[in-house]
Design a protein around this ligand. Sequence first.
Ligand code: ADP
Ligand code: MG
Length: 286
Amino acid sequence: MSFKFLNIDLSQLEFESCLGSGCYGGSVCLYRNRKDKRNRRIVVKSIPYNSPEYAYETVTKEHTILSQVNHPRILRYFGFFQTNDSWNMITEFAERGNLAEFLHRRKQQGAFLTQRVVMAKYRDMAEALQYLHQRKVIHRDLKPGNVLIDADNRLKLADFGIAKICTNVSLDEEMNMTIVGTPLFMAPEVASGKRYDYKSDVWPLGVIFYELCMLEHPFVERFLEGEESMERKKFSPPQIDCARHGFSRDMQSLCEMMIQVEPKQRWTLEKILKDDRVVGLMEREM
Ligand SMILES: Nc1ncnc2c1ncn2[C@@H]1O[C@H](COP(=O)(O)OP(=O)(O)O)[C@@H](O)[C@H]1O
Ligand SMILES: [Mg+2]
């Protein structure tokens, strides 16, 4: 068993807390490494051997992809180990939890974000996604729960269990038609079982961007009492209330580049990040 970046003696790991129950009966737990002088903590995502076959596919997929990427805005992966009853992946710890919890808290407090903060968060996610797309990886499950926040309030993309590496120049039709991901954040072509594309990651990025601006999902009413009580709104192009929040009108333009039902109308990330208005918004953010 070898670790690429860390030399961890498993007997020195001390359990601290459970961060989440991973899907398929797995768990995501926080450990302190007693041997580490800087007292850094690590996260172990475990999957029991008695999990269904497809659960293994997700962890092995996640392992394959995380082993190949190295970007400050993508959760850092340290390697895996096996125990008598589970398969385990070690990653860095994102101290401030996930973006879904962050958005929920801000909504409860009615604490809207400034344009500068929205753009800083947008930039983190866009840079991570652009890096992936350049390496022919589609994340396919972009949503606030899979975006983590570190101690410096920078975002890190996580959860690559259903990501897809497109090895062929033309995307693999059959694989790309599988319905995966989270319905609330799925691009329409994905939800209706049509073809996947890099642009299928741009739609959820747009939905998250809108949520950062308005603290609500563009197509669903969510009531604070419980996530079950959701009501799907009829689709209409989302409108960011720029005047109310003191945003530039270019924020609405950026939203419209991403939230387009027709994939042909939707921009690629590469084109978005080169657009003068977007460059302007990013510069003002700094
Ligand atoms: N490295 C980490 N640091 C902090 N929290 C994490 C970390 N990894 C996972 N989590 C928490 O656990 C949740 C589930 O992890 P995730 O990787 O998305 O697994 P799943 O495949 O079960 O969705 C995340 O939404 C986040 O709240
Ligand atoms: Mg997840």
